[in-house]
Design a protein around this ligand. Sequence first.
Ligand code: AMP
Length: 413
Amino acid sequence: MSFHELGLSAELLRAVEALGYTQPTPIQQQAIPAVLAGHDVLAGAQTGTGKTAAFVLPTLQRLNQNPTGKRAPRALVLTPTRELAAQIGEDVQNLGRHLPLKHTVIFGGVGINPQIDRLRRGIDLLVATPGRLLDHAGQKTVDLSQVEVLVLDEADRMLDMGFIHDIKRVLALLPKQRQNLLFSATYSDDIRRLADGLLRDPVQVEVARRNTAAETVEQRIYPVDKPRKRELLSHLIHNGGWEQVLVFTRTKHGANRLAEQLDRDGLTAAAIHGNKSQGARTRALEGFKNGNVRVLVATDIAARGIDIDRLPHVVNYELPNVAEDYVHRIGRTGRAGAQGAAVSLVCAEEHSLLTGIQRLLKRELPRETLPGFEPSETAATAPPPQRQKPSSRRSRGLGGAPGRRSGARNRRA
Ligand code: AMP
């Protein structure tokens, strides 16, 4: 199927083409016609499936088809993090470049006055995090009475982050008559309750079964003693010639410390987490995208909105406490069809976490012990080592460039 068959206008098709998108992804194929037809949509789609364009394209088209001349936003996209908000703003900018529509992005942690100025000048589409949006609503610097389309993006993460009350307060400010689109990577009971209260006769679109990202990303476990993790990580990056590595730690402090240590090892590294100013986060992310920063160390929440094409290497320096976060983390690799590799450095005390992850994935992950880094610690819960042939595994590209299985996609129609 081509983008031409989806009913999009020539201006949008030009923008899509300029971005190099040749084929709509499965979520785009299903969601775009439904949104254009005016339906509410409940979409199960993970990051990396092309979900942003799936709601941005048809929403822009609907706004452009019925100009009202109103200055207040007619489409509102709510999203959990500043990074994600900024990323959506970038996509709106790129996809809407040939349309006479205005948009802006508002989130906390930066000055409110420039946002007020932009809102005052008139906006068609507004991307916002819930807290800052409510600040504006409280100060009457945003008028939500004209909203025709509401998008809740990464709704599961917004609930995880405790935004449910903020979301309800925003909903109360919107006109009753409107189109609602809800995007979520997972379906918990809370998401179902939110969807039931929000959506009218929704078209349901499901492209990535829960946890499928984990099935197409090449994964490996390196058992190692905890005090030697940093050394092993440097070794893997140096020896594998990894040029762009996203490393997850569990704590902000751990992220800072690791970035400093890696820097001392001669690897340019930066940390990104919620305690950093917006400016520092943007700088770190820019450096990472343009290749000046080789290793970006992040906590789960900070990494949530990072969008980098074909991120080749993700490292779990520490396993997450919640098994589903593992799936979110490794979903950062091989986005939109590109192949990626995810490695986890696992010490003895993390074996129960590993067991939980493997239970969620319904399979055991391949493991490899690197000569010189054999663990001396053991855990009573440690699963037996797998009989893997390290040499054949190594030749599959984990250490070098991302693999060539270009057909493998993190999504399922
Ligand atoms: P998302 O799931 O919205 O975070 O998108 C993941 C990545 O896929 C982004 O970098 C998009 O630019 C890219 N993308 C979106 N749609 C397509 C497409 N049809 N073909 C190729 N890449 C796409």
